[in-house]
Design a protein around this ligand. Sequence first.
Ligand SMILES: CCCCC/C=C\C/C=C\C/C=C\C/C=C\CCCC(=O)SCCNC(=O)CCNC(=O)[C@H](O)C(C)(C)COP(=O)(O)OP(=O)(O)OC[C@H]1O[C@@H](n2cnc3c(N)ncnc32)[C@H](O)[C@@H]1OP(=O)(O)O
Length: 237
Amino acid sequence: MLGRCAARALGALRGLREGAPPARSPGPSRRLLSSEKVSDENHSLPKPCWSKDMRLLFDQFMKKCEDGSWIHLPSYEYIATQRSQDFPTFIHASELINKEKLSQGRLFTKSFEDGLGFEYVMFYNDAEKRIVCVFQGGPHLQGMPGFFHGGAIATMIDATVGMNAIVSGGIVMTANLNIDFKRPIPLCSIVLINSQLDKIEGRKLFVSCNVQSVDKKILYTEATSLFVKLDLEKKFD
Ligand SMILES: CCCCC/C=C\C/C=C\C/C=C\C/C=C\CCCC(=O)SCCNC(=O)CCNC(=O)[C@H](O)C(C)(C)COP(=O)(O)OP(=O)(O)OC[C@H]1O[C@@H](n2cnc3c(N)ncnc32)[C@H](O)[C@@H]1OP(=O)(O)O
């Protein structure tokens, strides 16, 4: 059974009512900005640019979803929980934001052409409070020739542990992220990012993760993170 917080966060991610089943196909357009309609395509569904191995892993995890122990998390280009103008107001920083630029805001991991940047799909296990992200990085994520850029790896780690914190705690921000890069990750390979909620202390959520090869023989990266639930009463200086 999904915890209340996870159900609410997942509902918010889908922009749907609490307890609704996870989205499996693109939904209708949704109005996010007051003057503009944007696509509501769920990017965590198979695409032509996904490799055979990525597709295979997707199918394996979808099978695990059948008994309800795992949930396929949708992912969108835009934060669909609310109109995007509302978020800065929400954290009391609206006067700092360029309103015109805000309307062009897009989730960083979704701003590449299909197959060139971040292709990923996440699965959540509520009983174990963990997320597995299947990540296929594209050629525009290169750092050292032939390998992924460390910042790209950090981004995907943040996205994965961040999602784990969001489904567990609601509206959070990354306060701290520590990464040990143990082996370089070959460009265009597929890896598994295994994240785990370790503990919650008040507003603090501690989430750890590792990045492994698909056959689990290579441990590429390990990370620990701290997320802090936003204090809605607090004004940022
Ligand atoms: C984020 C989306 C929200 C919407 C959710 C819904 C749907 C989302 C849909 C899609 C989302 C898609 C993807 C999401 C994926 C990834 C998420 C990426 C997230 C980010 O990319 S986010 C950007 C980078 N992030 C920042 O830009 C944060 C800047 N920062 C601050 O805004 C503040 O710093 C804040 C808010 C973190 C805390 O501020 P605060 O005032 O609320 O709390 P305070 O300082 O009092 O700390 C309370 C307790 O945490 C301890 N503590 C704090 N910081 C610590 C540290 N660094 N190390 C060790 N302990 C620390 C204190 O020591 C105290 O501990 P204690 O209570 O024990 O004393």
